[in-house]
Design a protein. Structure first.
Length: 129
């Protein structure tokens, strides 16, 4: 098998890529079938038990994580600290990324310090809840 390199002008390159992209567009179906909407069950009202923890009437625990997970497992380890203190079933723990709000404190992530600096406050939040 041999390969050859062919030099093309800019004008020829634009013509070739235009034809190729037109073929791609024609090959893709532009009609999307609407997905039937399911009737959503009314979620149980959540009760705020501090800034970072909510528990609804069905026992589902929501933990708001105010740090970004950049490979250190922050979105797992921090909720696990809270769940352990609450003696909650891990299957009923939901993890939510905290939105920008002063109530969540400093939300910066860096230096692999998220768990190291938050383990005690999050344990206390779980114990208090």
């Amino acid at each position: 098998m041999s390969m050859s390199i062919r030099k093309v002008s800019r004008r020829e390159f634009v013509r070739i890529t235009s034809v190729a992209s037109a073929g791609l567009i024609l090959g893709v179906s532009l009609e999307a079938k609407p997905v039937p909407k399911k009737k959503a069950a009314t979620p149980a009202p959540a009760h705020d038990l501090g800034t970072f923890v909510q528990v609804d009437d069905e026992g589902t625990v929501t933990v708001w994580v105010a740090k970004s997970d950049m490979g250190q497992g922050v979105r797992t380890s921090i909720p696990m600290l809270v769940a352990e203190e609450l003696d909650a079933d891990w299957k009923k723990v939901r993890i939510r990324q905290a939105h920008f709000d002063k109530k969540f404190g400093r939300m910066g992530t860096g230096g692999s310090s998220s768990v190291r600096t938050l383990w005690k406050p999050m344990r206390e939040a779980g114990a208090t809840a």
